[in-house]
Design a protein around this ligand. Sequence first.
Ligand SMILES: [Zn+2]
Length: 244
Amino acid sequence: MLTDDEIDRYARHLVLKEVGGTGQLKLKAAKVALVGMGGIGAPAALYLAAAGVGTLGLIDDDTVSVSNLQRQVLYGTGDTGKAKAGTARTTLQSINPHTDYNIHAARLSDDNATDILDGYDIVLDGCDNFPTRLLVNRVCQSLKKPLVSAALGRWSGQLSVFDGPPCYQCLVPDIPPDAETCERVGVVGALAGVMGSLAALETIKLITGAGEPLRGQLLIFDGLTMQSRVVRLSADPDCPVCHG
Ligand SMILES: [Zn+2]
């Protein structure tokens, strides 16, 4: 059941035929884990909280630094030095107090990832490194949890939904030796907002059953030309994670 406040709050969802009361109750029942509360996780969390997702897991062991503020819009100047996950919860609670926010101030590892992610229905990965992405993919495939994966650098971003084969490791079999980091090559802040919002949108579609999520497809967005394309991913029969 939705309370009177929730009926007012989600009025623009309730009139959408793809969401409605049934979809809003699915959002309320949903548990979404956010891996990384940075450039992608911050805007994604804002929209998922505002949308009424019932439980959000905020996974990040980092603290806010002043160079984060150019794109990590959950945090303010006064938050520098504070833990990201806890600071994020304070802001998100002020946006939507109906959501439960679980703080996981930890770096995901082989020791804790399964325990943490098993508590959620969907995982949204916006982290900043390949080892964690590959780990999250392995755990999601093993637990059969849909993985919404967004990444960005400079002026372009990528987004996909992995839900059975093909998986992230089919796309990235090995960590690229020349892996670029935002710290080294830079990134436009607004692009993080675009990709984080798109990741939140795919998550809301998965929860409500609306439309066609990017299962087995990769969206590539170029902010300089404002062109996007979607390519179909093929499963790797030799993939050690999903076995194609
Ligand atoms: Zn695979």
